[in-house]
Design a protein around this ligand. Sequence first.
Ligand code: HEM
Length: 297
Amino acid sequence: MQMPTASHERSLDSGAVKSRPVPDHVPPEMVRDFNLFTSPGMLPTANGDPHAAVACVHAGPPIFYSTSNTRDGRGTWVITRASDQRRVLQDTETFSSHRSIFASVLGESWPMIPLELDPPFHGVFRSLLNPLLSPKRVMALEPAVRERAIKLIDRIAASGTSCDIMKDFAVPFAVNIFLRFIGLSDNGLETFVGWARDLLHGDKEQRPPAARTIVAFIDELATERRKEPVDDFMTFIVKAKVEGRLLSDEEVRGIGVLVFVAGLDTVSAAICFDLAHLARNPKDQELLRSEPDRIAV
Ligand code: HEM
């Protein structure tokens, strides 16, 4: 979401907050020293608990201004209460979603679709994509998903008493299923995960080449599927129509990049956060073992 920014900026010097440019319209008392990427607990090297690190904002005001809260060091407003977040997300007239987060790494401004579109186009593209992600379609994957999980767990069990859960389970489990879902070969798994790692967790030297590589890959895949259609996600996108017309190259890219990046890091990270919680909280492990119905399916 974007907030209005003033063209003139001033510096703020106050005890806890380092001197950084603050837009003129931001009252000094609303500035807090919080950064989503570098606050204690958020750094991978700290082996911390990022959820707890973020949860600390609940103890503070409902809204504050962080002077450096993006990877490239820009300031943002931080809204800490779910009810206010919902109000902001629903007020698309005031708060646009057109941020071009990915494209801006390349100095460009096309949106990832549908994420960075505002109504009415957000709804138009969601209607196009919703059938692909319907519960029925996802449930159809269940036998293959279970088989993959069992195979990986059996392999871990056979190899000894411990494992690297990210490397030995979460990535080969989640990314394999995701690649199968969008119709890409598992052979590229390591390469694709490496691109996503550089893009999402790399430094400012690593991000632009990773973004360029992903865009080139998606553009090339779209060209291939236009020439030789198969039964997969990208073929669906290049053949799809909105409002009676085929999608533009930029729209195909905007969808392809979002969906590609969305599945390479998110689910494996979520699995590991869940398992880290259980490892740190043996009582919750016991609860799930004694009451397995609590595990939602
Ligand atoms: C546990 C795993 C996942 C988490 C935690 C997650 C999280 C999120 C979040 C927070 C957003 C909103 C981002 C924002 O507003 O800036 C989002 C949007 C989205 N995600 Fe995910 N995601 C996950 C997995 C996936 C997967 C596997 C896919 C693709 C198959 C996917 C596709 C999308 C799409 C298409 C949107 C845009 C929705 C819209 O704008 O209407 N996500 N996701």
